[in-house]
Design a protein around this ligand. Structure first.
Ligand code: ATP
Length: 363
């Protein structure tokens, strides 16, 4: 059977295990020899016990677990050619020439580079006597399919990344809990949520928890936001509301590109309105806990589709990412989504927020 390996790379997210499980089982079902690569690219570079054959039952009892059971890592070695050469040797030795990478745009960029270099890496291994001509011939093509695992929903080209829905569940559970205590004591709570340069978690959390105010990176508040914030909070209290909830995305910024922090917002509220104000930073709780039904289904569908895409791929096939378009799992060229995601980051850096939102498009 064909040699296929799956690994998770970059930040973990809930639902990665469902994807790993689906890749292993669909791979076995279609007659592949399936491997786990543990600890992301680091495990690929280091080889040995980090690359192990998977069987049907090695992915039993993992679909409900958060994180990734095969480990994830950031790997400096893989950024350099000597690291990728070692990785290539470890794969070729085991007959692995089909890869499913589950990670963010960095991990997918690394995968794309690896595939572009594959022939020359094999040539180098052959000329230095590390592999035989037979092994080179048998593994001459490397096929790669990517899945996007991230709680941030910051990847262009897919409606939802694996983990976003579960993170939202964590966030709204926490806000609901805060609301009841805030109500009792007539307090104002500022909740800091993750998302890096993407405001998706913050804005959906705000919508679903009836928050009074939200700060996101893509829409820095124009004009005197401090006054508008205070006016809004006062108006809510005057209407009889006993509490206020303000959500601050971790990447929130003002029109000058300077961070708007929970501390700063608290100071504005306390100095101007003298409200009893507290900050809750949700932190890594958002990345933890069991995946939601949505993420389990998403991971399962994406994983199965990834293996099917690999099995159908030929030398000429472009590497792809499996993405969610409406309710369909579709294949998009790997670098298309990565490039678009990088273009969004660049527009944000240049303070062209409208352009960033437009580029991000449906996602
Ligand atoms: P997250 O969204 O959670 O940050 P990510 O996949 O974007 O996930 P990165 O830290 O950017 O996370 O990338 C993960 C790993 O992928 C890196 O540690 C590195 O090993 C590899 N990688 C990233 N970019 C490249 C690149 N340009 N060339 C080679 N390898 C890369």
């Amino acid at each position: 059977g064909k040699g296929l390996a799956v690994f998770t790379s970059g930040g973990d997210s809930q639902g990665m295990n469902a994807a790993v499980r689906a890749v292993v089982r669909m791979g076995i079902y279609l007659g592949c020899k399936v491997y786990f690569i543990k600890e992301g690219y680091q495990g690929m570079v280091d080889g040995e016990d980090n690359i192990v054959e998977a069987n049907w039952s090695s992915v039993s009892c993992i679909i409900h677990k958060g994180g990734t059971i095969i480990g994830s890592a950031r790997c400096q070695d893989f950024r350099e050619r000597p690291g990728r050469l070692k990785a290539a040797k470890n794969l070729v030795d085991r007959g692995i020439n089909h890869l499913v990478v589950i990670g963010g745009d960095g991990s997918l960029t690394g995968a794309d580079l690896f595939r572009q270099e594959w022939s020359s890496l094999l040539d180098e291994l052959l000329s230095s006597g590390q592999i035989t001509p037979e092994l080179r011939e048998k593994n001459k093509n490397l096929q790669i399919v990517g899945l996007v695992g991230s709680i941030d929903n910051d990847f262009c080209g897919t409606d939802m990344t694996i983990g976003t829905d579960s993170a939202l569940h964590r966030i709204i559970e926490a806000i609901d809990a805060i609301v009841s205590t805030a109500y009792s004591h007539q307090r104002t709570f500022i909740m800091e949520v993750m998302g890096r340069h993407c405001g998706y978690l913050a804005i959906v959390a705000a919508l679903t928890t009836e928050a009074d105010y939200v700060f996101i990176p893509e829409s820095p508040p124009p004009g005197d936001w401090k006054k508008r914030l205070c006016d809004k909070l006062e108006q809510e209290r005057a209407a009889g509301q006993r509490l206020n909830i303000i959500i601050v995305a971790e990447g929130a910024i003002d029109r000058n590109g300077v961070a708007i922090t929970a501390e700063q917002v608290k100071k504005v509220v306390v100095d101007n309105l003298h409200q009893d104000t507290r900050i809750t930073v949700l932190g890594h709780v958002q990345r933890g806990g069991n995946p939601s039904a949505f993420d389990r289904v998403l991971g399962s569908r994406m994983g199965a589709e990834a293996v099917m895409a690999l099995m159908e791929s030929t030398e000429e096939t472009e590497a792809c990412v499996i993405s969610l378009d409406g309710n369909q799992a579709v294949r998009i060229p790997l670098m298309e989504g990565v490039k678009q995601t990088k273009a969004v980051a660049k527009a944000m850096e240049e303070k062209q927020w409208d352009k960033a939102v437009e580029l991000r498009g449906k996602s």
